[in-house]
Design a protein around this ligand. Structure first.
Ligand code: NI
Length: 206
């Protein structure tokens, strides 16, 4: 059976601005939940994106899918990927996740975007390492540490489940159209971009 690509809710919709409800464990493993997860995965892949939270498809549940890998890295150079600690992240379903910041590992500031805020990108300072406790799609609990770019992805998606968008946390003066970003700043060091666009980076970021 073909899997539907779902319409993505855009910022300005109340669906993105309220905390999501916990998934009832009796829902996990049901055909309806399996279909929703398949549709979210297909929607993320089609976008393409590295994460998608249920509120972004109008479903107010604490559920997100994440995935990253070479097929999504486009023209990013090895230097770029290394600077971002962008490593492959296998497809994972996060149900009712909670996040513990590993503060001693510090923070990192990079440009980030969101499928619900198309055409824009801004710098967000995020924890380099976090621990996530969640259930998988079968209801099995897991606890996993994420570092680098995967840590950014899970922070971004778990924020969605609380009604928070990356722009809420972004350095406002760093805001750029994706077009300008790709033309001028992609692959450049964020320190250099901050000087060029006259915005301050937090002192804690490397
Ligand atoms: Ni997003």
């Amino acid at each position: 059976m073909p899997v539907d690509i779902l319409p993505i809710v855009m910022c300005g919709d109340r669906a993105l601005r309220h905390p999501a409800e916990r998934v009832d464990l009796s829902e996990l493993g049901t055909p309806a939940m399996a279909r929703l997860i398949s549709e979210m995965r297909a929607t993320m892949e089609a976008a393409p994106g590295v994460g998608l939270a249920a509120p972004q498809v109008g479903v107010p549940l604490q559920l997100a899918v994440i995935q990253d890998g070479p097929e999504r890295w486009g023209q990013a150079s090895a230097t770029d990927l290394a600077a971002r600690q962008r490593t492959a992240l296998p497809f994972t379903v996060l149900v009712n996740p909670s996040l513990i910041a590993l503060r001693s590992e510090g923070t990192a500031a990079f440009y980030e975007g969101c499928l619900s805020i198309p055409g824009l990108t801004a710098v967000v300072n995020r924890y380099r390492s976090v621990r996530v406790e969640a259930l998988d799609e079968q209801g099995e609990p897991f606890s996993r540490q994420y570092n680098g770019w995967p840590a950014r992805i899970v922070q971004h998606e778990i924020d969605h489940l609380g009604g928070t968008l990356y722009l809420d946390r972004a350095i406002a003066r760093s805001l750029s159209t994706t077009e300008n970003y790709l033309a001028n700043w992609a692959g450049r060091d964020v320190q250099e971009v901050s000087r060029a666009l006259a915005f301050e980076l937090p002192a804690t970021s490397a």
